[in-house]
Design a protein around this ligand. Structure first.
Ligand code: G3P
Length: 226
């Protein structure tokens, strides 16, 4: 499963890239707004930092504006993906843009029927929002499982992007179910690497190394500095 950051924060994205595991970024109007920066330079910078795909959301449900915004977003960078909310107009725009070879991420998916429609419209990505379903006492992981099963059974090429992930268990279960991509806030991304036994184990090894070092004779040059 490819790991994406759900953010428009450049520091978070640079840190994810530094780890060597970040495969893409998803943004939305809320995340863009939080950064209080000029839109176009910000999304261009994100696309230049990340090698993988960057989803940039349209801001309309008007049929003509969706197509125009889709064309303009696709021209921002080679790795820009057009994010469109699911609706009749959104599906129509997805069909048209996809037929032109433009990659579309159909977002705000909360049902298997919406995911079916997005795949039939030629979407490159479908984004089911798990956490927001959990918030209203509905099983977000069940939706993801249904979509993965339907897409596998039908042989759809549309990638399943598990979105609105709120904690590491969401990430683990999304990977187990076969989601192609998981997108998450930086705090969830950071939590994936942490374990108290790793911290305690590293401290013990470091302490033991410091004690043993004077008695170990010839060391590797880089170990003499540690
Ligand atoms: O960007 C789409 C989605 O991941 C939003 O998540 O946490 O706002 O429900 P959240």
């Amino acid at each position: 499963m490819k790991l994406f950051l759900d953010t428009a924060n450049l520091d978070e994205i640079r840190e994810g890239v530094r780890w060597g595991v970040l495969k893409g970024v998803t943004t939305n109007p809320t995340l863009i707004g939080k950064e209080e920066q000029d839109f176009l330079p910000l999304v261009k910078e994100i696309c230049s930092i990340v090698e993988g795909e960057v989803s940039i959301e349209t801001a309309s449900d008007d049929p003509d504006l969706l197509i125009r915004q889709g064309h303009e977003i696709a021209q921002i960078a080679d790795n820009a993906v057009v994010k469109i909310s699911i609706s009749p107009n959104g599906l129509s725009a997805t069909r048209k843009l996809s037929d032109e070879g433009i990659k579309v991420n159909v977002t705000l998916c909360f049902s298997p029927t919406q995911a079916l429609l997005a795949a039939e419209a030629g979407a490159h990505i479908i984004s089911p929002f798990l956490g927001r379903l959990d918030d209203i006492a509905t099983d977000g992981l069940r939706l993801l499982s249904d979509i993965c099963e339907i897409y596998a059974t039908q042989g759809y090429q549309t990638q399943v992007l598990a979105a609105s992930l709120r904690h590491p268990v969401h990430v683990v279960e999304a990977a187990r179910m076969g989601a192609d991509i998981g997108t998450m806030p930086f705090k969830v991304f950071e939590a994936l690497v942490k374990h108290p036994l790793t911290d305690a184990g590293f401290k013990k090894f470091s302490d033991d190394w410091d004690q043993a070092k004077p008695h170990l004779g010839e060391l590797l040059p880089s170990m003499q500095e540690a």
